[in-house]
Design a protein. Structure first.
Length: 115
């Protein structure tokens, strides 16, 4: 083999391995930027929701159960779903809350098999 053939072979390996590697690194970089942006947007949205009244729990707000039910009917999600922590965990106060404890558990329906 002469020098040109070796250089062409090395260039072929570099292109064959380098292009997919470079594309993968660019994809990782882009997805990290996108994830960072989405996390910032979610944090801003969560802050706006939580600072709406400044108080999370209906007990702390001094609402009666009727007032809470009318307030809860404005949103399609229960209060513990709306006021989750930024990492998705429930607040400690929600774990002992009557509304959370007495909430109905979702019922799973069996899927009907194709006939």
């Amino acid at each position: 083999m002469n020098t040109n053939e070796i250089l062409i072979l090395m260039l072929g390996f570099a292109v064959r391995l380098g292009v997919p590697l470079l594309a993968t690194l660019l994809l990782i970089y882009g997805l990290q930027k996108l994830d960072t942006r989405w996390q910032k947007e979610a944090e801003v949205e969560h802050t706006l929701l939580s600072m709406k009244d400044g108080v999370f729990c209906w007990k702390d707000r001094g609402l009666s159960q009727e007032e809470f039910k009318t307030h809860a009917s404005e949103s399609d999600k229960p209060c513990w779903q709306i006021y989750r922590l930024p990492n998705g965990y429930l607040r400690e106060a929600c774990l002992d809350c009557e509304v959370f404890i007495n909430a109905p558990a979702p019922i799973l329906e069996k899927a009907k098999a194709h006939a």
